[in-house]
Write a protein that binds this ligand. Structure first.
Ligand code: SF4
Length: 443
């Protein structure tokens, strides 16, 4: 992160101005000439900025611009903020509205997909226009809050639909609006008896942390239960200012979750993702989702394979505390909603045993509470119980000879310095004899 006073464009900016979110919003970088005064541009970026008005306009807060490496076109912050000509390419399957948000919209600006919750698009203005935005068909078109009549119609729909208990206020970025306007909306929502939870989706803590002021936090805290979801994609975005911003929200009792988009060349690496999740938790932000990048037109250069997403999840689960592991989801094209994906941990099943593997590659047997009739074992009517004596591979677990199979180079065993094979053989033996296995082998 650079000191803004070293950038010629901001040399005369006072700390009061710099730390004022309205100043940041009013001085977003929107042209090649401005951006060239902050970072070196490569020809594809210059062309991309000119072309960006055909797709999604450019806007970068001065704060976020100081996070960009001025000389590295591959900088992960820069790739999220600076347009590229690649955005003009169309890949197979890409559409303007892959999630069918418009189709599932009973009134303009509201998507009602899941039974008990709605997405309320309050403005099309954002502090930054993220190059990977899934809603690029909508955001930045007017660069303004939605007209009052449209907001009123959406509120009327929510009032008239008692099954809605959760309203996600998003956009655009709702925190581009003044506190008073936001408070009016929150008050209207709180007056609706069936609305239990209000959520705000915002990238402000990432791109303009000075937006999170004590006044805003006090305002939001009047409308609990209220949750905030934000959108950090890379550990370098968790600057001291960003951590202070989310910390202030949390201090006001507002749970903060994070939604990361899996982006090629930005965070599609297990180490970067692990560092990001650790940094989020240190900042008291709960990792919530990792999104597979949507099939929105012009995002082909950002998309990774689902295989890459699963590889990353394999390196998170077990390697981080459970609450630090987000859910990896594909938002189904065609409006099917979020579908969670996970590496395969269930290997095999019999009538009375489930064979599972953990993050270390240890394979174990979980005995079901009441064995079903007719299963393998001494009572098997088909083979007279010989199947229960099988001892090859997973059969050792399935039929009770062992409770676990461990890789030869198990780090955990090395740490403990015990022969776990012997321990587990004893547990299996005790299990066969119907005894408790608690003892030396218990951990
Ligand atoms: S802040 Fe959100 S809505 Fe706005 S451009 Fe970024 S991803 Fe899209």
């Amino acid at each position: 992160m650079r000191d803004y006073r070293e950038i010629p464009l901001y040399r005369d900016v006072t700390p009061e101005q710099w730390n004022d979110w309205r100043w940041q919003l009013a001085h977003r970088i929107t042209s090649v000439d401005q951006l060239k005064q902050v970072i070196d541009l490569v020809p594809e970026e210059e062309e991309g900025i000119r072309a960006s008005l055909l797709t999604l306009r450019m806007a970068i807060t001065p704060y976020y611009a100081t996070l960009i490496d001025p000389h590295d076109p591959a900088c992960p912050v820069r790739r999220q903020a600076v347009p590229s000509v690649l955005e003009l390419e169309r890949s197979p399957g890409e559409t303007t509205d892959p999630l069918h948000e418009d189709l599932d919209s009973p009134v303009p600006g509201l998507t009602h997909r899941y039974p008990d919750r709605v997405l309320f698009l309050l403005t099309d203005q954002c502090f930054n226009y993220c190059r990977h935005c899934t809603r690029k068909r909508l955001v930045g078109v007017r660069d303004q809050p939605a007209p009052r009549e449209r907001v009123e119609r959406a509120l009327d729909y929510i009032r008239a639909t008692p099954e809605i208990r959760d309203v996600l206020v998003s956009g655009g970025d709702p925190l581009t609006m003044a506190d008073a306007r936001l408070e009016w909306l929150l008050g209207e929502l709180r007056r609706i008896p069936h609305v239990e939870v209000i959520r705000i989706g915002t990238r402000a803590p990432v791109v303009v942390p000075m937006r999170i002021t004590p006044h805003l936090c006090r305002t939001l805290a009047r409308y609990h239960p209220l949750w905030v979801n934000t959108h950090f994609n890379h550990p370098v975005e968790l600057t001291p200012a960003a951590r202070a911003a989310v910390g202030m929200l949390v201090d006001h009792g507002i749970p903060v979750g994070n939604q990361t988009v899996l982006l090629r060349g930005i965070n599609d690496c297990p180490v970067v993702m692990r560092d990001l999740m650790r940094a989020l938790v240190r900042a008291r932000v709960r990792p919530y989702y990792i999104y597979q990048c949507d099939l929105t037109w012009g995002l082909g250069h950002f998309r990774t394979s689902v295989r890459k997403g699963l590889e990353i999840m394999e390196m998170l689960r077990g390697h981080l505390s459970g609450f630090a592991v987000p859910t990896y989801v594909v938002d189904a094209p065609g409006g099917g909603g979020k579908i969670p994906l996970s590496p395969q941990y269930l290997l095999a099943m019999s009538d009375d045993t489930v064979i599972l593997r953990n993050f270390e590659g240890v394979i174990c047997a979980y005995r079901e509470p009441s064995p079903a009739a007719g299963g393998a074992g001494s009572s098997c009517p088909l083979c007279g119980g010989r199947c229960g004596q099988l001892r090859e591979g997973l059969a050792r677990l399935m039929y009770g000879a062992q409770v676990t199979l461990e890789p030869a180079q198990l780090e955990r065993a090395r740490r403990r310095g015990v022969d776990r094979g012997e321990v587990f053989a004893k547990i299996a033996e005790d299990e066969r004899k119907g005894r408790d296995s608690y003892g030396d082998g218990c951990w």
